[in-house]
Design a protein around this ligand. Structure first.
Ligand code: UDP
Ligand code: MG
Length: 330
């Protein structure tokens, strides 16, 4: 709260967006013109752009004191850029995260705020239709299916990083220490009172999307492994299945030979089955090791065990949350 007004921050990650910044500023400033009941702060996070994004940002800040920027020393990726922005404005009552390429319509900002004023602490946005390539569409559908089926966090397809987060949510988010982070996943994992606003995404106005297939796949793998131990557990399951199957087979072969007197199994057959059994033992052992690694993984990412949303008769909830650095379980 400043001059009796609530402060709203807008975080804009920008990577090679020099062509879009000016237009973006014009659009956002026009929208917030009618929202003077809030105190505004817009911060660009130049994520190590190779073009003159930073110079354009600096130019813009000269015209309007509400505009500001930080520049990362190299390209750290959008997820990190968003976090850097959230760390840069600590005093805001709410933050809005929005892309610089105008694919997240600034005209939606009043709607996000209206939801926030109704008491929602996380206002997410959902994109109705978007012209992505077929590969990206299929990839996205597969990713959402896997993550919703096999991990604790539920992600809705079509939801974007264009979000409003209340101060309380931000204070918890700032305590997260994990290095490979998936911003949307973390927010969905946190819970809180949530609301959703829909919009249809326009095409990019200038520049190119910096998310190529390799980058998207790598992000999908990161997000999957940070919310699910399934890939590790599968190894062990495969080992146990192999072990069970080969022990049965071997017992049958031995019984058939000694009790029923069958002589159809050659030494090589015994060798192959025995060898596969040993393979099963190794895989099952790996699964066990994977389980320990999983435990370490959970400890190391150090997510809070739970998050307190409200309290009565107790102060310092935010500190309570921050101090609760007990590992979460999956
Ligand atoms: N971005 C970023 N760092 C990166 C890649 C992208 O800060 O390494 C920013 C980019 O400038 C844009 C937003 O993240 O504001 C979304 O990127 P993009 O439009 O390339 O992704 P898409 O809309 O295709 O998902
Ligand atoms: Mg975009």
């Amino acid at each position: 709260m400043r001059n009796g007004k609530k402060q709203i921050g807008i975080i804009v990650p920008a990577y090679n967006e020099s062509q879009n910044i000016q237009e973006f500023c014009r659009a956002v400033l026009a929208v917030i013109e009618d929202l003077s009941r809030f105190d505004w702060k817009i911060i660009f996070v130049d994520d190590g752009s190779q073009d003159n994004t930073w110079e354009v940002v600096c130019d813009q800040t000269r015209f309007d004191p509400r505009l500001s920027g930080i520049r990362l020393s190299r390209n750290f990726g959008k997820e990190v850029a968003l976090t850097a922005g959230a760390m840069a404005i600590q005093e805001a009552d709410a933050l809005i995260f929005i892309d610089a390429d105008l694919q997240h319509p600034p005209e939606l900002i009043p709607k996000l705020l209206a939801e926030w004023e109704k008491g929602f602490q996380v206002v997410i946005t959902k994109r109705l239709a978007i012209r992505y390539s077929l590969v990206r569409k299929i990839g996205s559908a597969l990713f959402h299916f896997l993550i919703n089926r096999f991990s604790e966090v539920k992600l809705e397809p079509g939801t974007t990083d264009f979000r409003l987060l209340d101060r309380k949510v931000l204070n918890v988010l700032r305590t997260f220490r994990e290095r490979t982070r998936f911003f949307r996943g973390l927010i969905d994992w946190m819970g809180f009172r949530r609301s959703c606003v829909t919009f249809s995404a326009p095409d990019r106005t200038g520049g190119n999307s910096s998310f190529n297939l390799r980058r998207l796949v790598s992000m999908a793998i990161h997000s999957f492994t940070s919310f699910s131990l399934l890939p590790l557990q599968l190894t062990g399951i495969l080992g146990i299945l192999t072990l069970a199957f080969t022990s049965l087979l071997l017992s049958y072969m031995v019984m058939a030979h000694y009790i029923l007197g069958y002589t159809m199994f050659t030494a090589l057959a015994y060798f192959v089955v025995f060898n596969t059994l040993l393979f099963g033992v190794v895989l099952a052992g790996l699964g066990l090791v994977a389980h320990y690694i999983g435990q370490i993984h959970v400890e190391v990412i150090d997510r809070p065990l739970y998050i307190i949303q409200d309290q009565i008769g107790i102060e310092h909830t935010e500190r309570l949350n921050a101090d609760l650095r007990i590992p979460s379980t999956y």
